[in-house]
Design a protein around this ligand. Structure first.
Ligand code: EPU
Length: 435
C-alpha cells in the first residue's frame, strides 16, 4: 500500500491545471446506458473511481475505449442489468447506473451501497424518486431490484428533499431516468450542484428535453429515445479548492488554470475572510469562460479565524471541509466549522490533533483553536477528502509527515504528489511494502 512522505515547510510556487471533475464524470459515464449510440467524454480524469465505473459499465454491456483525446462509451449489449456487489462496494457512485438502466432496459438490479467512512449514506431518496416514476422496487439478497411496469417509466412531480438537503446522485438518477419516461417529470428540491448542470447539458446534447438544471426545480419532458453526443467534462471544483488551500497553507503562490471560479464563490468568500486572495489573471476579459479562469492564489502571512458551515450548493461544499479545517489550524484565533451534510464527516479531526492541532468537537461542530505550528507525524484517514486535509497539514508542518493508505486520495486526485512536487513541495510516494 502506498504512502506519501512529506517534508513540510516548503512554500508552493508554480502552476497547476485543474483536471476534469470526478463527481461530474461518474454520472456522465452512466448516461451511456441511456442510449444505443456512442458517447464521447473529454477531460475525464484518470482516477481509481473512474476505473471502477469503467469496470461496472463494461459488465453492463458498454464498450469503452480511449481515442482522439476522449473516452468513447457505447452500450452494445443491453441484456445484462445487474450491478454486482463486488464493484458497488468499491464505489458508492455505482448507484448512478440504477436510473439510466431502469429507464432504458425496463429493469435493473443494483447491489445496495453500504455505509462508508463519512456516514450511513442511505439511498432512500433515489428510490423514492424512481417509485414516483412508476418503478416497482424490492430488496433481495442485498440488491435493489427495480422494474418499470410495461417497460417504461411515467413522468410525475417528485419532491427530492431530505433531512440533509437534496441529494446530488439521487437527482442525477431521477433526472436521467425521466429523460426516457412517458410524459413530464418535475423534480422539486433538486440538487443545484454544477455536476447536475453538466449532466443536464450532456443529456440535452443526447436529445433530452430538460429545463431548470442548476435550480431547485428541474422539468424534464420525456422522449422516446436518446442519441450519442460529444461532451467535455467541467473542471473539478473540489480539486481547485484543495489546491487553493495548499497555496495558502504554505504561504505560497499558485496559479491555477482551468479554475471553475464561477461555482466556487462560497469557497472564495470564506478563503478571502481568512486572508487568502484568489485573483483572476485576466480580469474583466469578456471572453473568459467563468468555469475555466486563470487565477493566482496567495495568502496573508497571518490567517484570520472564520466561521464556516457546509451546505448544499451554492453553499460551502462538504468536500472542502477537511482541507479548510487543516488551513484554519494555523489561523490566529478560534474558528468554528459546522458540518451540515454529513454530520459524522470528521475522520481528519483525530489525525490533525496528532499533528499538534487544537480541535474540540461537539456534535457536528468543531472549534479550531489556531496554533503557530503543526508537527509532522504518521497519519491516516479512510476518507478521500480527510486524506487531502492531512496532506495539506503535512505540507505546512515542521518535519516529516507520513500519510498512510493514499489509495483513498488516489480515488479523487490524479498524481497529487507529482503536481505538488512540481510546485516546490517535498513529497514522495513510497510503497510501504518496499520500505
Ligand atoms: N441522503 C439521504 N438519502 C438519500 C441520499 C442522500 O438521506 O437517498 C443524505 C446523505 O446521507 C447526506 C445528504 O443527503 O446527508 C447529501 O447526500 P448526497 O446524496 O447529495 O451525496 P451523494 O450524491 O451520494 C455526492 C458526492 C460526494 C459529496 C456529496 C455532497 C459523488 C460521486 N459524490 O455524493 O462526494 O460529498 O454529493 O455534495 O458525486 C467526494 O467526492 O469525496 C464525495 C464524497
Amino acid at each position: 500500500m502506498d504512502t506519501f512522505v512529506i517534508e513540510g515547510g516548503r512554500r508552493l510556487d508554480g502552476t497547476i491545471r485543474i483536471n476534469g471533475s470526478k463527481n461530474a464524470a461518474l454520472p456522465l459515464m452512466a448516461a451511456a446506458l441511456l442510449s444505443d449510440q456512442p458517447l464521447t467524454l473529454r477531460g475525464v480524469p484518470d482516477l481509481a473511481d473512474i476505473r471502477n465505473m469503467r469496470r461496472l459499465l463494461a459488465e453492463l454491456g458498454v464498450e469503452i475505449g480511449d481515442n482522439d483525446g476522449g473516452m468513447r462509451l457505447h452500450a452494445v449489449d443491453e441484456s445484462e442489468s445487474h450491478a454486482r456487489y463486488d464493484i458497488v462496494r468499491t464505489m458508492r457512485a455505482s448507484i448512478c447506473a440504477l436510473g439510466p438502466m431502469l429507464a432504458r432496459r425496463g429493469a435493473a438490479r443494483v447491489s445496495m451501497p453500504g455505509g462508508c467512512a463519512i456516514g450511513d449514506r442511505p439511498v432512500d431518496l433515489h428510490l423514492r424518486g424512481l417509485v414516483a416514476l412508476g418503478a416497482h422496487i424490492e430488496l433481495e439478497g442485498g440488491d435493489i431490484i427495480a422494474k418499470a411496469p410495461g417497460g417504461r417509466l411515467k413522468g410525475d412531480t417528485i419532491f427530492l428533499g431530505g433531512a440533509f438537503g437534496s441529494t446530488v446522485l439521487g437527482t442525477a438518477n431521477v433526472m436521467s431516468a425521466a429523460t426516457l419516461a412517458e410524459g413530464t417529470t418535475v423534480i422539486e428540491s433538486a440538487a443545484c450542484e454544477p455536476e447536475i448542470v453538466d449532466l443536464a447539458r450532456l443529456l440535452t446534447a443526447m436529445g433530452a428535453q430538460i429545463e431548470g438544471a442548476g435550480s431547485p426545480r428541474i422539468t424534464i419532458r420525456g422522449v422516446e429515445s436518446l442519441g450519442g453526443a460529444d461532451h467535455t467534462v467541467i473542471p473539478d471544483r473540489i480539486e481547485a479548492a484543495t489546491y487553493m488551500c495548499a497555496a495558502a497553507i504554505t504561504n505560497g503562490s499558485l496559479v491555477l488554470e482551468d479554475c471553475p471560479l464561477d461555482c466556487l464563490l462560497a469557497v472564495t468568500d470564506r478563503l478571502e475572510a481568512a486572508g487568502v486572495h484568489v485573483d483572476p489573471l485576466e480580469p474583466g476579459a469578456p471572453e473568459a469562460d467563468p468555469m475555466r479562469r486563470r487565477v493566482r492564489v496567495t495568502a496573508e502571512r497571518v490567517l484570520r479565524p472564520i466561521e464556516v458551515t457546509t451546505q448544499p450548493h451554492p453553499g460551502f461544499p462538504t468536500d472542502v471541509q477537511a482541507q479548510l479545517m487543516a488551513l484554519l489550524c494555523l489561523a490566529d484565533g478560534n474558528s468554528v466549522v459546522t458540518e451540515k451534510i454529513f454530520p459524522e464527516r470528521f475522520l481528519h479531526v483525530a489525525e490533525l490533533s496528532r499533528m499538534g492541532a487544537r480541535l474540540f468537537r461537539v456534535g457536528n461542530t468543531v472549534v479550531v483553536s489556531g496554533v503557530r505550528t503543526l508537527k509532522g507525524a504518521p497519519v491516516m484517514a479512510s476518507d478521500l477528502r480527510a486524506s487531502a486535509g492531512l496532506v495539506l497539514a503535512g505540507l505546512a508542518a515542521e518535519g516529516t509527515t507520513v500519510v498512510n493508505r493514499v489509495y483513498h486520495l488516489d480515488r479523487g486526485y490524479e498524481k497529487m504528489e507529482e503536481r505538488l512536487a512540481a510546485a516546490g513541495a517535498t513529497i514522495t510516494r513510497v510503497d510501504d511494502r518496499a520500505a
